[in-house]
Write a protein that binds this ligand. Structure first.
Ligand code: FAD
Length: 376
């Protein structure tokens, strides 16, 4: 790409804060910065025209944790860390719902279901501990019975009972992102799009674009989640590809709401009489640990077989396939880390960035304003 003088002139304008990545984290950080400190000059640098990671490719679940996942997390990370992560998700969702008009992002408070295989012993364990889980999570949600068991009479291939979470919902992720971009631009945030950063020159404080052009920064905030390893290999984010399908409209889909199966590795929902189904990356974790978009025969086959379990014959009615890249790691807590005096990163949102993104943005904004002396 050969930039004109005019384009270069814009690129060398010094912003107080330069954010890299226009997904939910980057845009939320920009909004929080200006809301907290009107007058601060913020730009967001993005390699695509709008956003090209997970934020416009996801399933649109506004979820904060299913019971089996919570029990597994407590086993691995302890109660304290698990509590903190659920709270981040819950608080992030409340912020998102205040910031984005619910109708405009087609928000539907349809509730979420965790389903199990027939005779899955995990179900009995979770059911037995549900009272305890409700007390644990209720401290955050302020609801007595966040999770309840219910009778599954529609998905014959699965356990006859499910666990229902009435506080979950779903949305259209691109509409959500459009609203966030709109809010950011209305607050004066500049978006520099189609600018792929090939590396960061920390000595001269420049972002170096593929084209060789430079964007100087004063404070840089890196929100590139699953793609972070390309720029900062030392940051412990593992890219994880997720493949997703959407069917054509089908008649009498026997479920509505968001569904989680196998600790969240499979997820599906009814979107305007189509079935969205995604996940199964645990079927081939090695090849799915990549930051390359793409579809693979083996995961597609697993998803199609699963699709037939929830709606027999639906494998003949797939309308589209896509993939997205999320960022995971040994730990589930997002990384908020100063890499130098002038560079901070906010990455590793796992599979719940719709929930955590706004919270993380607020947290990053506070860090930046505090470090730059703009906030006590
Ligand atoms: C298929 C799928 C389904 C999911 N379903 C859900 C769900 O239902 N609910 C939920 O809560 N979460 C879900 N997630 C996770 C959620 O989407 C992510 O956690 C969240 O979107 C991460 O947001 P982000 O802004 O941190 O990263 P991203 O959205 O990935 O944004 C990063 C941005 O950085 C840009 N970028 C990267 N490198 C460069 C570079 N070198 N130069 C310039 N720009 C760069 C990218 O183009 C991108 O726009 C899902 C993810 C996937 C992939």
């Amino acid at each position: 790409m050969n930039l004109s003088f005019w384009e270069k002139e814009l690129l060398v304008e010094k912003f107080d804060v330069t954010i890299l990545g226009a997904g939910i984290t980057g845009i939320s950080t920009a909004i929080s910065l200006v809301e907290k400190n009107p007058g601060i000059r913020v730009c967001v640098v993005e390699r695509s025209g709008f956003s090209l990671g997970a934020s416009t490719k996801n399933a649109g679940f506004s979820c904060f944790g299913s019971p089996t996942e919570i029990l597994k997390d407590i086993q691995k990370m302890g109660e304290g860390q698990t509590y903190d992560i659920i709270k981040m998700r819950w608080d992030g969702l409340q912020m998102l719902k205040k910031r984005v008009n619910l109708t405009q992002m087609k928000y539907n408070d349809c509730g979420g279901y965790e389903i199990f295989m027939k005779n899955d012993p995990n179900f009995d364990e979770v059911k037995e501990k549900l009272g305890w889980i409700n007390t644990f999570v209720g401290d955050i949600t302020k609801h007595e019975n966040t999770y309840k068991t219910g009778r599954n009479s529609t998905l014959a291939a699965f356990h006859k009972e499910y666990i229902f979470n009435s506080l979950e919902g779903c949305l259209q992720p691109v509409l959500m992102m459009q609203q966030l971009h709109h809010t950011a631009q209305a607050l004066g945030v500049k978006l520099i799009s189609n600018a792929n950063v090939s590396h960061i020159d920390q000595v001269n404080k420049d972002l170096v674009l593929d084209s060789g052009d430079l964007i100087p920064y004063h404070i840089l905030c890196i929100c590139t989640n699953g793609f972070t390893g390309r720029l900062l290999p030392e940051i412990k984010v593992v890219p994880a590809r997720n493949q997703v399908l959407m069917t054509k409209p089908l008649s009498n889909i026997p479920f509505s709401g968001c569904y989680h199966f196998d600790k969240g590795y499979y997820y599906f929902r009814n979107y305007e009489n189509r079935i969205l189904l995604g996940g199964a990356r645990n079927f081939d974790p090695e090849s799915e640990s990549t930051d390359q978009f793409g579809l693979t025969e083996n995961i597609q086959q697993v998803l199609l077989q699963f699709l037939d379990k929830i709606y027999p014959g639906a494998h003949n009615h797939v309308d589209s396939w896509w993939s997205g890249i999320l960022g995971v790691g040994e730990e589930k807590t997002p990384i908020v880390q100063w890499i130098s005096d002038h560079i901070i990163c906010g990455v590793r949102l796992g599979g719940m960035g719709v929930a955590i993104g706004s919270y993380l943005g607020e947290n990053l904004a506070n860090e930046i304003l505090f470090r730059s002396g703009r906030k006590e």
